[in-house]
Ligand binder design. Structure first.
Ligand code: CP
Length: 305
């Protein structure tokens, strides 16, 4: 089986079978990162461009490591040091990069839809590494991989996604993926950070975080996206932490085998307390480890076969 599309732009473009193919391929890729020599020749001679118009630690680095472990040449471009600062348009940047014959472009952009503009304009495969508040499909895939690794299944599990839903591309991609794979999704957060009519997506909204986490198999905390918010969505950071933060006391309502996830970067002491982030239920760093395997799988499936 192969992926049907040239690009990976959004979870809605993937069938459940394609999601399983990516997760299963990532399982074999994960082993490579445990070897002494963490390199295989699969993508030798291929060129991957990481085009990042927004800051990133995990996604950019893991795409770079993923490409290099598969022997691809990886080029990193950030908007701050590119000709974007001289007024070049996204399409023109894309056409000029295409002229150098890369095999794949990974793009992160603050504007929703930017990866699709590039994908429609260029013959090269494009992976969306996060576009505005729209989608972050590789994050949802690595989250699903991590949940499946720990719980052995995605079907039938309950995932509580808590925090700034409105501005979260991670939430949007996770809702789409988890529903496709048969999981139940609950949302919680301040009313000001949850889009109206969210239940039309087939998820439930539970305003009280204590109720939302009760009986959940997985709690996925979201970062407050201050860079995407108009001001005034919550009175103070302290109040947010008190009413919507995950701390040890609140965690007592959760199941004894609950998993705590967060896409990072953490606002420690705001949406999650340090002892919970670093505690025994946290699988936050497993998510980061698995991000490399999932991105290796995607590079292989898009340009390695
Ligand atoms: N989870 C995530 O996208 O992190 P970065 O912004 O560091 O890439």
């Amino acid at each position: 089986m192969e992926l049907r599309n040239k690009d990976l732009l959004a979870i809605r473009d993937l069938s459940p079978e394609e999601i399983l193919l990516i997760l299963d391929t990532a399982e074999s890729m994960k082993e490579i990162s445990t070897r002494d020599i963490k390199k295989v020749p699969t993508l030798r001679g291929k060129t991957v461009i990481n085009l990042f118009y927004e800051p990133s630690t995990r996604t950019r680095t893991s795409f770079e490591i993923a490409g290099k472990r598969l022997s691809a040449d990886v080029i990193n471009i950030s908007s701050a040091t590119s000709s974007t600062t001289k007024g070049e348009t996204l399409k023109d940047t894309g056409r000029n990069l295409q002229a150098m014959n890369p095999d794949l472009i990974v793009i992160r952009h603050a504007a929703a839809g930017a990866p699709k503009i590039l994908a429609d304009a260029l013959p090269v495969p494009v992976i969306n590494a996060g576009d505005g508040a729209h989608e972050h499909p590789t994050q949802a895939l690595l989250d699903a991989f991590t949940i499946r690794e720990k719980k052995k299944t995605l079907a039938g599990i309950t995932v509580a996604i808590i925090g700034d839903i409105t501005h979260s591309r991670v939430a949007r991609s996770n809702i789409a993926l988890l529903q496709k794979m048969g999981a139940e999704v609950r949302l919680s957060g301040p009313y000001t950070m949850v889009p109206p009519y969210i239940e039309a997506l087939g998820v439930s909204f539970i305003p009280d975080i204590g109720e939302a986490i009760r009986d959940a198999d997985v709690i996925m905390m979201l970062r407050i996206q201050l860079e995407r918010q108009q001001h005034g969505l919550f009175p103070t950071v302290r109040e947010y932490a008190r009413f919507f933060g995950l701390n040890r006391e609140r965690l007592q309502r959760a199941k004894p085998d609950v998993l705590i996830m967060h896409p990072g970067p953490l606002n420690r002491g705001v949406e999650i307390s340090p002892d919970v982030a670093d505690g025994p239920y946290s699988i936050i760093l497993d998510q980061v480890t698995n991000g490399v395997a999932v991105r290796m799988a995607l590079l292989y499936l898009l340009i390695g076969k």
